[in-house]
Design a protein around this ligand. Structure first.
Ligand code: PLP
Length: 414
């Protein structure tokens, strides 16, 4: 019988069968017969490797105590401890932690916090400013903030308009900043993925322009929302990408790597000022958002264990070493005419295979994925952009497998 499962971002007419995965271990996923090197950290979530023993242990222990409880009017230790720990490590000024369960919901919450802030202050600031090529999730609000394209064209009637700034590529930084200045005077918030736009094609921009964008927000009072759903927990070389620009946002979204990638959990952190704007005996000023599994205790316990791993293990050293290894592997592609925009930020590398139909729907993308899978490697190119975003436990030899396969793919597809 065919499976009744409808998979995400999957055209079932072209991909009739999904590969059954039975186990995960370190950088590897096991299928019935063979194994796959997880070179994209299972959609960018796994940080230390699959089934880190300390996270597995924390999950088991918590499951033996409290599995789930309504989070409005009730609380539990894992959520309390985690929130305190997050406030300690977060960029300065972020004092409050709101829990949810995915990257998209963390961003929806951020957008609602921004609008609620201005409404409760009695100011008519409702416009959201966002970047060209942005991706913030697949719910209606996050699709609205994200770039428009084939993946949300059918839902366009549901989406709200935002002010769209040009992507701040090196030669266009001034244009981006000028347009931000013009729009920020009475906007509610600017939302950006700091330093690298993930699903938009692993597009990197400078820490300087991020710092300048933050300065414009400060000058105009526009709230700065940083979507660190992908960049958080070390991907860009620092715990949070915004550290590289020396800035702190008003609102910060974290998900994916928060639990080391083990369980779904997200947080939206905000300043005391934003919390205070909602703090009132007038119930109409409440922050109206929840989901059934808000702050699930088992997921919070996993996240606490993740932070313990960051504290107790040489994670930063691993990340620095991985970044250097990634850079070494890129060297042979830099002069290769079959590729362009060979780039790296922290532990993430990306390179564009030259094809006539470059872009998200490039015909080569599904072919590449099949090609890599046949070589026991999980890579899922974004159109003609091949990127490598591995867990931090990946070894030099494992990386060689990945880049050897990419080189071989160029011989076949470029
Ligand atoms: C920057 C960014 N924001 C938000 C999301 C949405 O996260 P989720 O898929 O957990 O809803 C993603 C997912 O890839 C992302 O990369």
């Amino acid at each position: 019988m065919t499976s009744p499962v409808w998979h995400p971002f999957t055209q079932h007419a072209l991909v009739p069968e999904a590969t059954l995965i039975t186990h995960g271990e370190g950088a590897w996923l096991k299928t019935g017969k063979s194994k796959l090197l997880d070179a994209i950290s299972s959609w960018w979530v796994i940080t230390h490797g699959h089934r880190h023993p300390k996270i597995v242990e924390a999950i088991k222990t918590q499951a033996d105590g409290l599995d789930q409880v309504i989070f409005a009017g009730f609380t539990h230790q894992p959520a309390e401890d985690l929130a305190r720990a997050l406030v300690t490590i977060a960029p300065q000024g972020l004092a409050r932690v709101f829990y949810s369960d995915s990257g998209s919901t963390s961003v929806e919450v951020a957008l609602k916090m921004a609008l609620g802030f201005w409404k409760n202050k009695g100011e008519d600031r409702t416009r959201i400013i966002a970047l060209e090529h942005a991706y913030h999730g697949d719910t209606v609000g996050t699709m609205s903030a994200g770039a428009r394209g084939v993946y949300n064209a059918a839902y366009a009637p549901l989406l709200f308009d935002v002010v769209r700034l040009p992507f701040p590529a090196a030669e266009r930084e001034r244009q981006t900043l000028d347009q931000l200045k013009a729009a920020a005077a009475n906007a509610a918030a600017l939302i950006v993925e700091p330093l690298i736009l993930g699903a938009g094609g692993m597009l990197i921009y400078s820490a300087d322009v991020l710092r300048d964008m933050a300065a414009i927000c400060r000058q105009t009072g526009t709230l700065l929302i940083l979507d660190e759903v992908m960049t958080g927990f070390g991907r860009t070389g620092t715990l949070f990408a915004c550290e590289q620009a020396g800035i702190a946002p008003d609102i910060l979204c974290l998900a994916k790597g928060l639990t080391g990638g083990s369980l779904p959990l997200a947080v939206t952190l905000c300043t005391e000022e934003i919390f205070a704007a909602h703090y009132s005996t007038d119930r109409s000023r409440t922050f109206f958002h929840s989901s059934s599994f808000t702050a699930n205790p088992i997921a919070c316990a996993a996240a606490r264990a993740n932070l313990e791993i960051w504290r107790g293990e040489p994670v930063r050293e691993r990340i620095t070493a991985l970044a250097a290894r990634q850079e070494e592997r890129l060297a042979r592609f830099r002069g290769d005419a079959r590729f362009e925009n060979v780039r790296r930020l922290g532990t993430i590398t990306a390179l564009d295979l030259k094809v006539p139909d470059a872009g998200y729907l490039a015909n080569v993308a599904p072919e590449l994925m099949k090609f890599f899978q046949a070589r026991d490697i999980l890579l899922r190119p974004l159109g003609n952009t091949i990127y490598v975003l591995p867990p931090y436990c990946v070894t030099a030899a494992e990386l060689d497998l990945v880049y050897d396969a990419i080189l071989e793919a160029a011989g076949k597809f470029a």
